[in-house]
Design a protein around this ligand. Structure first.
Ligand SMILES: [Zn+2]
Length: 115
């Protein structure tokens, strides 16, 4: 038992990874939710079909970019992609598809829990 310096460094690594994931997810949902106000803004101010179409694709591109960033998130324990396992992917999963580590948790060897 007891935490050594390596254990503390490991814990910081996990904290940083989960914080990064939270930021990425928040950023994604914020952009996703901005769709309706964004489109209203374009329709009310620019009033041209072409700009509405451009606005739609711009929003789709930004949303897709942020979603892709989340899909590339690396699990802090196994170092593989958290939401992808070979050809299978699930962006709603709460645990790593490669090693099963739950998001926002730490492996048992760091917490001292032997459950
Ligand atoms: Zn993993």
């Amino acid at each position: 038992m007891g935490t050594n310096l390596d254990g503390i460094d490991e814990k910081v690594k996990y904290e940083n990874a989960w914080a990064q994931l939270r930021i990425m997810r928040r950023r994604y949902w914020l952009v996703f939710a901005a769709y309706i106000p964004w489109m209203f803004l374009i329709m009310l101010t620019l009033k041209k079909d072409l700009y509405v179409i451009i606005g739609f694709f711009l929003h789709a591109a930004v949303t897709g970019y942020f979603a892709n960033q989340i899909m590339k998130f690396m699990c802090p324990r196994c170092g593989c992609t958290f939401y992808q396992c070979q050809r299978y992917h699930n962006s709603f999963t709460k645990s790593c598809l490669n090693c099963g580590l739950k998001a926002n948790t730490y492996p048992a060897e760091l917490t001292g829990n032997r459950s």
